[in-house]
Design a protein around this ligand. Structure first.
Ligand SMILES: [Zn+2]
Length: 217
């Protein structure tokens, strides 16, 4: 952190709000390319580079705009413990997280189910990328049973890419495009907002974000 970090986090959260308002107005899907990320931040405690819980801020803004049911899909290689902590008592939000296990922050076991609205997928490193994609979409399908989201948020971390120095997952840019396409197929009328989370190899991060954007628009 530096003395400007909180200001950066506030500006990031402002961009998140703008992205949600854009998407919820019917103007099209959006992506907030912000730092710092948000999915580890707790209500009163920063964690893992995260100061403000952007995904939850986005969900609450969507709900304030009349988007009652929100699905959050988190493909960052780390478990979104902050997001989970802030939504796990709220059945209006469903949270699906694919993450490496064991790894920081140590949460995200499959039996952490909240009020039945949390769907955790702890997975080992080094699996074929298609396995991660298939497992995440199977969990999304489970989360969508009896739950038609009015807003879909992606906690889009690119430390799940092959070659990231902090993670051991194997995703390539094409797999993010595949995931976005599969989410759009399942929820064709639902606005989607991507929120940048982790990703620690800048060139890989750029490729992953571009693939995501091309599939979102
Ligand atoms: Zn991460």
């Amino acid at each position: 952190m530096s003395e400007s970090s909180y200001a950066a986090a506030e500006l990031g959260a402002g961009a998140v709000l703008a992205a949600v308002r854009h998407a919820c107005s019917g103007a099209g899907n959006a992506f907030a390319a912000v730092r710092p990320p948000g999915h580890h931040a707790l209500a009163d405690f920063p964690m893992g580079f995260c100061l403000l819980a952007n995904a939850v801020i986005a969900a609450r803004e969507g709900q304030a705009l009349g988007r009652e049911r929100v699905l959050i899909v988190d493909w960052d290689v780390h478990h979104g413990n902050g997001t989970q902590a802030l939504v796990e008592q709220d059945p209006s939000i469903r949270f699906v997280s694919l993450h490496q296990w064991p790894l920081y922050p140590g949460t995200g076991a499959a039996d952490e189910r909240g009020v039945g609205n949390v769907f955790n997928l702890p997975r080992p490193p080094g699996l074929p990328p298609g396995q991660y994609v298939a497992d995440l979409m199977a969990a999304v399908d489970t989360a969508l049973q009896g739950f038609q989201p009015d807003l879909l948020l992606i906690s889009a971390g690119y430390d799940s890419m092959r070659g990231d120095p902090l993670g051991g997952f194997t995703l390539e840019p094409e797999h993010y495009a595949e995931l976005v396409g599969a989410l759009r197929d399942r929820c064709p009328a639902t606005p989607i907002v991507g929120l940048l989370e982790g990703g620690y190899a800048p060139e890989l991060l750029a490729e992953g974000v571009i693939a995501t954007l091309q599939a979102l628009v």
